[in-house]
Design a binder for this molecule. Structure first.
Ligand code: FAD
Length: 544
């Protein structure tokens, strides 16, 4: 039968009988209302970014049935989240919280354990609880996207406040932040910019962190620490709690902004450029999480399929990429730096002059005049995102292959020429070995940078999926041997990446496991997320 007509039996999580499981689901349905629980027995459909599934990863790198939910529940309040957690403990059923499930490139909406019941928090818990125009803060529920927050601030006429958005604005502010995602204004380190959490623990209690623990406080969103140990950290990139509210700081409108773009001709320019970028970035002359992108990705960002340029196998030859770049309004180059200067024009002028004199030390450096670029040129998407305006143009490069999907390699390094070159060489070698187009983009934080390498593959092509995963696994190991670790990773690679953080005979993971077992004795909450397995699962072959 065609895929769309095939019926599927609901997946049952391992360790529970089918009848007992269906009975438990019926019980939960009764508690939450029939409309708030959906059994995943329909054909899996991938949709697209704005209409993505919550049952599985629409960009799966494994077989799509591999990491799939058995059912999805929609709580409407913190109390209902507590009810779901109590139910999961009673029946020992794994649950997996998502805020909106747009974690594409890192697992999408998929749970780590097949057959988990996904808690889709965002569908009903989607209120902006507060926007404070004096303190420049807000308090949001999991279903608030970057678009929704931006639009609410605009609707209130609060022109004096900006939000910070990742490249795609359709994700959840909470989901992105707890996964320690990044955006591109000076408030781009989302985790560093959050203030205060409300969390349902795996045994059902609710806590508020920081000043939120003090009844009657009015500083929950302005002083993140409160008193005593700072516990927020353990609720990011973990499986220790379900975040139901989060405070976020908002950026003051800087009173003006100006995007700029420089291009550099040669691959070897990378190392001297990093030496120029580091002091400028640390001293905040380069003010935002800017990007240094390779021409290969700039070509793909136009949104045309790879076959437009090349129909052979293996990576698109460099000569073709450069010929294409030469025809574009930006012109031929190897690296493009996208940045933004903030503030009124006289303040920007000082910083831009410094940047200009430094960047021009690279022979052949060119400053691109934005007025020469058409409205659909990628530069303008970077311009919007760096000004805190949500966008989705970045999605275009996913069109590179038919059934485009992607997965990311994201190691952290110092902002140094030697490190950038080492990671560049490592990635290039592995991409050539596996016949994959290499798209390095260096995202410069403050004292470190993330190299983000996106591998785009056809999700219906098993051979290309296998190559993409093997390439990633090799790069993670190669990088770890050189002392580089991932800042974030895909569900499928979490065990491997967690394994690279092994100092002191795995002391950090032993500590995480202790916390996990103390907070989640029945091991029901997102088992395996970030490589942390509860006692009930450990040593039983769940790791990948
Ligand atoms: P979710 O999918 O809801 O959450 C992410 C994960 O966090 C979940 O799987 C879950 O394990 C955990 N989680 C979520 N909510 C909770 C909760 N309430 N309590 C406990 N745990 C929870 N990402 C960036 O950071 N920066 C970028 O610039 C960026 N660019 C991208 C460009 C493209 C083309 C694509 C396809 C993706 C990009 N991404 C980027 C990745 C991703 O799209 C975003 O990070 C997105 O915001 C994550 O999805 P989400 O916000 O819906 O989070």
């Amino acid at each position: 039968k065609p895929r769309a007509e095939r019926q599927r039996l609901p997946v049952v999580p391992q360790g529970i009988e089918r009848d007992a499981f269906l009975q438990a689901l019926a019980e939960l349905k009764e508690e939450l209302g029939a409309e708030n629980l959906e059994v995943n027995d329909k054909p899996l459909t991938d949709g697209w970014y704005m209409e993505h599934p919550n049952t599985h990863d629409m960009m799966t790198i494994l077989d799509e049935e591999e990491l799939v939910a058995s059912a999805v529940v929609y709580p409407g309040s913190t109390e209902e989240v507590q009810q779901i957690v109590a139910w999961a403990n009673k029946h020992r059923i794994p649950i997996f919280p998502i805020s909106m499930g747009r974690n594409l490139g890192y697992g999408g909406a998929a749970p780590r354990v097949r057959g988990s019941v996904t808690i889709d928090l965002g569908k009903r818990m989607n209120k902006i609880l507060d926007i404070n125009p004096e303190d420049f803060t807000c308090l949001v529920e999991p279903g608030v996207s970057f678009y929704a927050l931006y639009e609410a601030i605009q609707a209130k006429g609060y022109d004096h406040m900006w939000i910070d958005s990742p490249d795609l604005g359709g994700g959840s502010v909470i989901g992105n932040t707890v996964d320690r995602g990044v955006g591109y204004t000076p408030y781009g380190d989302h985790w560093a910019c959050h203030a205060g959490l409300e969390v349902v623990l795996p045994t059902g209690e609710v806590i508020r962190t920081g000043m939120g623990a003090l009844p009657g406080n009015n500083t929950w969103q302005t002083f993140p620490y409160g008193f005593g140990p700072y516990s927020d950290g353990i609720f990011s990139q973990s499986n220790f709690g379900i975040v139901t509210k989060m405070g976020m700081t908002l950026m003051p409108n800087p009173g003006g902004y100006e995007s700029f773009m420089y291009t550099f001709p040669k691959e070897e320019d990378l190392a001297p450029l990093m030496e120029i970028i580091r002091p400028l970035r640390i001293s905040n002359i380069l003010e935002n999480v800017a990007q240094l992108r390779h021409v290969s990705q700039s070509i793909a960002a136009r949104g045309l399929p790879r076959s437009t340029f090349y129909t052979g196998s293996g990576p698109v030859p460099s000569s073709i990429l450069h010929a294409e770049a030469a025809k574009s309004p930006v012109g031929d180059h190897t690296w493009a730096y996208y940045g933004m200067a903030y503030g009124p024009s006289h303040i920007r002028a000082h910083k831009l002059a410094l940047i200009d004199s430094e960047f021009r030390k690279i022979p052949g450096a060119r400053k691109i005049d934005p007025s020469t670029l058409p409205a659909d040129e990628y530069f303008w998407s970077r311009d919007r995102v760096a000004a805190g305006i949500p966008d989705i143009q970045e999605l275009r490069w996913v069109n590179w292959t038919p059934n485009g999907a992607h997965v990311a390699f994201s190691p952290v390094s110092p902002i140094r020429g030697t490190d950038a070159t080492a990671l560049f060489e490592l990635g290039k070698k592995r991409h050539e070995q596996y016949g994959i187009d290499f798209w390095p983009a260096f995202c410069v934080g403050l004292r470190e940078m993330h190299l983000i390498v996106e591998i785009v593959f056809d999700r219906h092509d098993l051979e290309r999926k296998t190559a993409a995963l093997a390439c990633l696994r090799d790069m993670v190991d190669d990088a770890a041997r050189l002392g580089y670790g991932e800042y974030r990773t895909h569900l499928v690679l979490m065990d491997q990446v967690a394994g690279t953080y092994s100092w002191g005979d795995g002391a950090l993971m032993k500590f995480n496991e202790k916390i996990k077992d103390a907070l989640d004795p029945n091991g029901i909450l997102a088992p395996g997320r970030c490589g942390i397995w509860p006692r009930r699962y450990r040593g039983r072959g769940w790791e990948m």
